[in-house]
Design a protein around this ligand. Structure first.
Ligand code: KDG
Ligand code: MG
Length: 404
């Protein structure tokens, strides 16, 4: 029996940071929600949804998730890109939520069932200097984390990616016009291996340590970095070099066995396919929200499975609890799951998005309520209006624009 879509609306709220949520309602009274947040470009996705997708959604059969996906992807003529794919992702996630609620099953059951008991996550330890980062690592270990990302300030640089005032809730979008960071590759390469040297000396090798380079190195510099940290057995180095030039990864691979994770700014399987098929990465970091939703992410994971590439989805604070909830159902049901990033949301955010997922001893569990298990309290959401906020930009010491 068809389930008719009767209404769809976009809810923008800022409980400590901006989130864009799509809510789709049906004639059966069942609704579903999807995350459409694109950090620093939120309103572009709102317009894409309100002006272009929602008018075409009304009256359609909510059961036909794949057909609706293809209608918006192929049918638009203009394909791909973060705005388009975040909007399609929100529709897809909301429709999966509806289908699972209608079946009275947790979403993972419709995706093939559980492949594991829980989802290993990594948290973020960051500090102005090495000793501060190590103190943060201790806190994560006390909380039970098995995997931790380590970032530290660099002597001689006022600010750097990954180091924030707020420890548990890292928030890079910090100003209503972009703030400016200064970068020096030489200073970074000299300092960062010391962080992992001290961390292994203090904590041993029982925990997974990760690191995000955030697209800042050239291929040969990235190769050098990967080699310099091999003794510290990193779980991965992330975004070692900008991935528009995918051939560059071959050079890095030739020089180091430090595993590589890429994909948080990818939007489709086409962005990822060469890296996967040539085995130039070990982990693919595409997300439910920025890569076309659960339907498309599962296709990426299926391709990656053929090449022993595992998933490691992005999960920064700017991906809403709706994305996190959906991601956990994906994570628990794909066979080649690797790890899930988990930056905690603030209490204010969690209050706006009540959810069934829970954290225990370094793992997240999606819960067993029907759907993806995340809701939105619209009354509360309305109390936190949108606040313009940009991600920073990055320049070299001589003023040259660089990758942030
Ligand atoms: O919005 C951008 C952030 O999500 C991103 O900079 C965080 O690189 C990131 C990460 O690995 O979580
Ligand atoms: Mg990253």
């Amino acid at each position: 029996m068809p389930v008719k879509i009767t209404q769809a609306k976009v809810i923008v709220t800022c409980p400590d940071r901006n989130f864009v949520t799509l809510k789709i309602e049906t004639d059966e009274g069942i609704y579903g929600i999807g995350d459409a947040t694109l950090n620093g470009r939120e309103l572009a996705v709102v317009s894409y949804l309100e002006d272009h997708l929602i008018p075409c959604l009304i009256g359609r059969d909510a059961n036909q998730i794949e057909d609706i996906w293809q209608y918006f992807y192929r049918g638009a003529y203009w394909r791909r890109g973060p705005v388009t794919m975040s909007a399609i992702a929100a529709v897809d996630t909301a429709l999966w939520d509806i289908k699972a609620k209608k079946a009275k099953l947790p979403l993972y059951e419709l995706l093939g069932g559980k492949c594991r008991e829980g989802v290993m996550v990594y948290g973020h330890a960051n500090g102005q200097d090495i000793s501060e980062t190590l103190e943060e690592v201790s806190k994560y270990i006390e909380l039970g984390y098995k995997a931790i990302r380590l970032q530290t300030g660099i002597p001689g640089l006022k600010s750097t990616y990954g180091v924030s005032k707020d420890k548990m809730f890292y928030e890079p979008a910090d100003a209503n016009l972009p703030s400016e960071n200064i970068w020096s590759t030489a200073k970074y390469l000299k300092h960062t291996p010391k962080l992992f040297d001290k961390a292994r000396e203090k904590f041993g090798f029982d925990h997974h340590f990760l690191h995000d380079i955030h697209h800042r190195l050239t291929p040969i510099e990235a190769a050098k970095f990967g080699k310099s940290v091999e003794d510290y057995n990193l779980f991965w180095m992330e975004d070692p070099t900008p991935a528009e030039n995918q051939e560059a990864l071959r050079l890095i691979r030739e020089h180091t066995t430090t595993p590589i994770a890429i994909g948080e700014i990818f939007n489709t399987i086409y962005d990822a396919k060469d890296l996967i098929q040539n085995q130039l990465i070990d982990y693919i970091r595409t997300t439910v929200v920025h890569a076309g939703g659960i339907s498309h992410l599962r296709k990426i994971a299926a391709l990656a499975e053929l090449y022993q590439v595992r998933t490691g989805s992005h999960g920064a604070t700017d991906l809403s609890p709706v994305c996190m909830g959906a991601a956990l159902h994906f994570d628990i049901s794909v066979s080649n799951f690797g790890i899930q990033e988990y930056m905690r949301h603030t209490d204010k955010t969690d209050d706006v998005f009540p959810h069934s997922y829970t954290f225990k001893e370094g793992m997240l569990y999606p819960g067993d309520v029907p759907g993806h298990g995340v809701d939105i309290d619209e009354e509360l959401a309305a109390k936190y209006p949108y606040q313009p906020a940009y991600l920073p930009v990055n320049r070299l010491e001589d003023g040259t624009m660089w990758s942030w």
